[in-house]
Design a protein around this ligand. Structure first.
Ligand SMILES: *[C@@H]1O[C@H](CO)[C@@H](O)[C@H](O)[C@H]1NC(C)=O
Ligand SMILES: *[C@@H]1O[C@H](CO)[C@@H](O)[C@H](O)[C@H]1NC(C)=O
Length: 279
């Protein structure tokens, strides 16, 4: 300090520079920063959106938070109070972070932290954070045919609509997971199925006797998973329905034949009798 007082001009400037070294000059104004611009949270868990003030010289800056959903902004922190969608569900934490106690799927949106510092040269800064809330899948709806015939094609379906991000699907046969492509697995090399993990479809090009059994499907995303109850699919060697129809046809043909024969006989006999009487 002695050097500073003693010297003048350039030396005073150097001293000033040294004494403020390590600090960002306050004249720059308000600068915000966040640890994460894209934040993922699990539904029903807390999450903190960070709005850090890198530099400021105003004592009581005005802090505001807006939620922007489908392009429509609304206040969630305004006039020093949590408001709107986050009312009673969040709190502001030093310096300007927002802590949501228990996120829900409707909190998925963009959030903008805005800080106005009237005593600073650059008196405003804002930072945009996008929050995505993961939602656990619910029990998927599975459809498994009760019975199919050997050699025919069939499709098993699985659908879940709540999970976010959209779940991936896996199928299990007698509690064993089926590979997406049986060609890659020696055990299933002779099977003709294929699984679409995005749509949940399990397609068989040609059902085999070995494909009979219990099937269930699981929907899974980063938040969790859920599965439907196993449902059984029978595989018939022969076409039972076809046989049933053939038998019906044979019986019907037999009945028609019998009736015709009887009627024919009747017609053949009756007129003769009448004719004879007439004569
Ligand atoms: C979060 O909210 C859900 C639904 O409103 C509720 O069931 C759950 O108990 C809450 N969790 C906590 C930790 O408060
Ligand atoms: C697949 O089919 C071939 C030829 O029919 C047979 O030799 C083989 O054992 C079968 N593999 C399985 C896993 O069933």
């Amino acid at each position: 300090m002695k050097t500073c007082v003693f010297n003048q001009g350039l030396f005073f400037f150097v001293c000033f520079f040294f004494s403020s070294a390590g600090h960002i000059p306050s004249s720059v104004g308000v600068i915000l920063r966040t640890t994460d611009k894209i934040v993922w949270a699990n539904e029903f868990e807390p999450i903190e959106l960070t709005c850090l003030i890198e530099s400021i010289s105003t004592n009581n800056p005005r802090i505001e938070w807006k939620k922007i959903k489908n392009g429509v902004p609304s206040y969630v922190y305004f006039q020093n109070k949590i408001a709107g969608d986050l009312e009673h569900r969040a709190q502001l934490r030093e310096p300007a972070n927002i802590l949501i106690f228990n996120t829900t799927r409707s909190d998925t949106a963009e959030y903008r932290c805005e800080v106005a510092a009237i005593d600073d040269q650059r008196d405003f800064d804002e930072i945009l954070i996008s929050l995505a809330v993961r939602v656990k899948p619910v029990v998927p709806r599975c459809s498994v045919p009760d019975a199919v015939t050997v050699g025919t094609s069939t499709e098993l379906r699985c659908l879940e609509n709540e999970g976010f991000p959209a779940p991936q699907y896996r199928w299990f046969h007698n509690n064993e997971e089926l590979p997406q492509d049986p060609k890659n697995s020696p055990k299933f090399a002779n099977s003709s199925f294929s699984i679409n993990p995005d749509t949940g479809g399990l397609k068989f090009r040609r059902v085999r006797k070995e494909d009979a059994g219990e099937y269930y499907c699981q929907a899974k995303n980063d938040a969790g998973h859920a599965q439907c109850l196993p449902q059984s699919m029978e595989v018939y060697d022969v076409d039972i329905l076809g046989i049933f129809l053939k038998v019906c046809a044979v019986v019907a043909a037999f009945l028609v034949l019998t009736i015709c024969t009887y009627q024919g006989c009747k017609r053949a006999c009756t007129p003769k009798k009448g004719h004879a009487e007439n004569k």
